[in-house]
Design a protein around this ligand. Structure first.
Ligand code: F6R
Length: 609
């Protein structure tokens, strides 16, 4: 999603703004730009497409200003063109914006009534005009911004500079994240700490509703009620979070291969090595896992599929009924939730707008909210009663891989903890399950060893127009995840189905041109999934069977290709079967030459609805 940076510095800022924007590239964008204040005047350089287009233009511009703002834009209002790229300038105001202004049409009509026609199709430019009008009416910049903020509905983060004000930058956040960076004699704004990491590790995160006024000497924050507030200064490790590919061709490849390591790290945080049992953080006051009647899980995309696997674990092992929904639906469903119950949200970024809204809905219903998140400083982490952290490290590739398996690891540990609290797990069985989880990193290494063979199969799948993924039981969510991964980076249509649902409609799609990827460990449901595989085989489909050695020995011959995953306790099979589906998607995309790490139209952190 869009990225913001602002620097109020002592040195020329143009190159530094671009350096910061590079670190925000992972969020996904389709145009970029910067605006600086040079000798009191606003100057702007923008370009559609990737940052290299912007740097090529900047090379001609020869800017020496020490104050500026920059932006990577992921198109919402208006297509990805230079005209729609940020910063937007109206008179003496330059602004960059993340989020969506919901009452945009009404505000635009107000400008029209004054005879002002915006240049771009964006909601952002409207805000620039409104602030400029307020300045023209005699307000000072601070007053003008506060005045206009009151008029806006929707979610946003802004960084704003003003012609003639060389020592002022204003930031505001409602919904979208924004952080203040503290340098030596300079101040910064960024949509996350990673953007500012080259310049500072001292960060103050703004809260929802905050407005910040920066000068080179310091800053002042007003909260939603416009009272002066002090937000804590934090030291982040973002600087040490190397945003490089570590010798891999893509971040996604690096992140797939980091899984044994980050899974081990994540599990380590949830294990008591002395007893071989699960160790959960203290539960929030008023939450008793033993007497819990039901639980709700909400998330989006890949995190949602992790939640689906979590539902199987919690229901099967902990005997806890779980309701699960995608956050974008759940937030408007007005689901009745019994006060004192538990809602769990899952989010890599911790900033996904729909998941955050679902969290707030649950809290308003008197629920305790637990969050499985990868970014501990994120809004979702900060607003939850209980944080169950994944230790995946920064995930840069837009397609989630290591965050997904780490979410699974945390959910597995959580299910074990809940099962114990509810008296459904004796010590010996708990140790067995924990032992199975401890095997996961080693078995993931073995699964990764199949990469070359999987790459060859992926190259064949890359010729298809449609692909089906089938799975049953706990591997059904893996079929959904496999299809999502495949379509989002290869742009080939792929669908996941519960294997048993096939004959209720989708089987009509099957012919010799539709490959079917069947995810089927040799478990209690194996024979049933194989029957479904036979049904599609009989209709000419080419089968890629992902199974273990026992499964391959029994039915591998029926498949066009078989991928073998190491045999393991069925409890951890989703963790292992994630690897071949990720590699299939990755290698098909590499073969097709798509932008693997930043696939078209997608953003890493979806901070709009
Ligand atoms: C797909 C993918 C997305 C995210 C979804 C939620 O590969 O990454 O489907 O899982 O946008 O994002 P988070 O987990 O940040 O809430």
């Amino acid at each position: 999603m869009c990225g913001i940076v602002g620097i109020l510095g002592r040195e020329p800022v143009a190159d530094r703004l671009v350096e910061a924007l590079r670190r925000l590239e992972y969020r996904g964008y389709d145009s970029a730009g910067i605006a600086v204040l040079e000798d009191g005047t606003l100057k702007r350089v923008r370009a559609a497409g990737k940052l290299n287009n912007l740097t090529a233009r900047l090379a001609q511009a020869n800017l020496h200003a020490t104050i500026g703002i920059g932006h990577t834009r992921w198109a919402t209002h208006g297509g990805p063109s230079e005209t729609n790229a940020h910063p937007h300038i109206a008179g003496n105001v330059a602004i960059v914006h993340n989020g969506i202004i919901e009452n945009y049409a009404e505000l635009r009509d107000r400008l029209a009534a004054r005879g002002i026609t915006p240049e771009s199709d964006t909601d952002t430019e409207i805000v620039a005009h409104l602030i400029n009008i307020a300045l023209n009416e005699g307000m000072k910049p601070k007053e003008a911004v506060l005045h206009v903020l009151d008029e806006l509905r929707g979610a946003f983060a802004f960084a704003i500079i003003f012609a003639g004000h060389d020592n002022l930058m204003i930031g505001a956040r409602r919904g979208s994240p924004l952080a203040v960076g503290h340098g030596e004699g300079e101040m910064m704004l960024g949509s996350d700490a990673i953007a500012l990491a080259p310049f500072t590790s001292r960060i103050t995160y703004l809260e929802d509703g905050d407005v910040v006024f920066l000068t080179r000497e310091g800053f002042e924050i007003l909260d939603e009620e416009r009272r002066h507030v002090i937000r804590p200064l934090q030291f982040t490790q973002a600087a040490s979070l190397l945003v490089d590919k570590g010798g891999y061709r893509h971040f996604m490849a690096k992140e797939i291969h980091e899984q044994p390591d980050v899974l081990g790290h994540t599990l380590g945080e949830y294990l008591d090595f002395g007893t071989g049992r699960v160790k959960l953080p203290d539960m929030p006051e008023g939450l008793d896992l033993a007497t819990l009647e039901r639980m709700t899980i909400t998330a989006c995309g890949t995190a949602f599929y992790a939640g689906m696997v979590g539902k199987y674990w919690l229901e099967q092992i902990a005997r806890l009924p779980v309701e699960i929904d995608v956050a974008s639906e759940f937030r408007y469903r007005e689901a009745p939730l019994k006060a004192g119950g538990l809602s769990l949200v899952i989010s890599q970024s911790g900033e996904t707008a729909d998941t955050l809204a679902a969290l707030r809905y649950c809290k308003a219903q008197g629920q305790k909210v637990a969050a499985v998140v990868n970014v501990p400083e994120s809004t979702i982490a900060r607003e939850s009663d209980l944080v169950l952290r994944t230790y995946a490290g920064p995930e840069v590739g837009v397609a989630s891989t290591k965050a997904f398996t780490c979410q699974l690891m945390v959910l597995a540990a959580f299910a074990i903890g809940v099962a114990r609290a509810r008296g459904h797990l004796d010590e010996a069985r708990e140790q067995e399950l924990v032992h199975a989880l401890q095997q996961a990193p080693r078995l993931v290494v073995q699964a990764l060893e199949q990469e070359e063979r999987i790459a060859a199969i992926a190259r064949e799948l890359a010729h298809a127009k449609d692909i089906l993924y089938l799975g049953r039981g706990i591997n059904y969510p893996l079929a959904l995840e496999g299809a999502l991964k495949f379509k989002e980076i290869s742009y080939i249509h792929a669908e996941g189905y519960a294997a048993g649902e096939l004959k209720h409609g989708p089987i009509a799609l099957i012919d010799e041109n539709v490959p079917v990827v069947v995810i089927a460990p040799r478990d209690a449901l194996f024979e049933k999934t194989v029957s479904n595989m036979e049904e599609v085989r009989a209709r000419g489909a080419k089968i890629v069977l992902i199974t273990d050695e026992a499964g391959a020995a029994e039915h591998g011959a029926k498949a066009f290709q078989t991928i073998t995953v190491p045999a393991a306790d069925t409890f951890i099979s989703p963790l292992l079967y994630a690897i071949p589906v990720q590699l299939l998607a990755y290698h098909a995309a590499v073969f097709l030459g798509t932008d693997v790490d930043q696939p078209r139209n997608l953003a890493k952190s979806v901070t709009v609805e």
